[in-house]
Design a protein around this ligand. Structure first.
Ligand code: ATP
Ligand code: MG
Length: 330
């Protein structure tokens, strides 16, 4: 695993794309504080890619290859940008706001994020993300996850904490920053930083809400340093029992004491098991809390196979029933 500066374009390093390597049409996907994201098409490969432009003088990028990590193909120094895989379904941040997800999908996404983070942290020395948030979790055509933009807020040796905090908060990341960063004069951030951010991401996936909505940055800083965390009551009560185990993991992840937070090597085992349990048709049905008849209204009772078979049989009334309620099959 090699971490290298994007500006290094010597042979064997990142490919440096020229403007002329892309078709003329650049479609703007997003406009950020630090640059823009475009969908571009590489003439030679006939492949859509994402080009993220920004001032990358102090950035690092990596040639990591892993199923759940977004691949970087090269840089484009002419446009001061990075060329990477294009993810057709955009960010989880946008998708959570626009679609409702079934529990099974939520569990799968949480597990895939955990896999990505476990991969980064199992490098020697661990690769820290330090910018894990729902806008850096992208989804492909089949709604599988790839984590992007790690190393964008690098911790440099000798950097003062205030500068680091400034860089973090400038990106609008306040919700994902663990309290020790702004309450203690501790050392450089470690793996527990990302674990905390993961806890917040779990909450966002389970609730499909934004944490601390309507609170100012100062209020969030104050409340979080006092031990306050996103509201548990916002997690829908109509949930599979396995969700309670996930809530435990989430709470451990955002523990005030970084030492008490689990490692991704632990969380990934738990999310793997929970994800497998939810995948098995019928497993959930027998273990519902409360009245089974009432609960049959909820879509997580329907396995993807049963939904497919309803559609194949043109049994639309059952299908509509299966997607009724606050969760809709996407
Ligand atoms: P940060 O710069 O801290 O990562 P951010 O994630 O909010 O902040 P960008 O990385 O510029 O900002 O991404 C903005 C949006 O662009 C994302 O929310 C996503 O919708 C879209 N986007 C980014 N990268 C890709 C990609 N590779 N494929 C498709 N869409 C992307
Ligand atoms: Mg990003």
């Amino acid at each position: 695993l090699v971490l290298m500066d994007c500006s290094d374009t010597s042979p064997g390093h990142f490919r440096d794309f020229k403007r002329d390597d892309f078709e003329a049409e650049w479609i703007k996907v997003a406009e950020g504080r630090f640059g823009h994201v475009y969908q571009v098409k590489v003439k030679l490969w006939r492949e859509k890619c994402a080009l993220k432009t920004f001032d990358y003088r102090s950035q690092t990028a990596s040639k990591l290859k892993f199923k759940y990590i977004l691949s970087i193909y090269g840089v484009c120094s002419e446009a001061t940008g990075v060329v990477m895989e294009y993810m057709s379904n955009g960010s989880l941040n946008n998708l959570l706001a626009s679609h409702s997800f079934m529990w099974q999908k939520k569990f799968q996404m949480i597990h895939e994020i955990s896999m990505a983070m476990n991969f980064l942290h199992s490098a020697k020395p661990p690769l820290l993300h330090l910018n894990l948030k729902t806008s850096n979790i992208l989804l492909d055509d089949h709604l599988h996850v790839k984590v992007s933009d790690f190393g964008l807020v690098p911790w440099e040796d000798g950097m003062c904490k205030a500068t680091f905090m400034e860089r973090l908060t400038a990106r609008g990341n306040i919700n994902y920053i663990p309290p020790e960063v702004f309450t203690e004069c501790s050392d450089s951030p470690g793996t527990a930083f990302d674990v905390y951010s993961f806890g917040i991401v779990i909450w966002e996936i389970l609730t499909q809400q934004k944490p601390y909505a309507g609170c100012s940055v100062t209020k969030v800083l104050l409340q979080v340093s006092k031990g306050k965390r996103p509201c548990l009551e916002m997690i829908p009560e109509t949930r599979p029992p396995e969700c309670d185990e996930l809530i435990c993991v989430m709470q451990q992840c955002w523990d005030t004491n970084p030492q008490k937070r689990p490692l991704f090597s632990d969380t990934v085992r738990k999310t793997e098991t929970l994800n497998e349990v939810l995948k098995i048709p019928g497993t959930i049905t027998g273990q519902r809390k409360g009245n089974a008849e009432q609960e049959s209204k909820y879509p997580w009772m329907f396995s993807p196979n049963s939904i497919l078979s309803m559609l194949a049989k043109k049994d639309f009334s059952s299908f509509r029933q299966s997607v009724k309620g606050d969760d809709v099959c996407t």
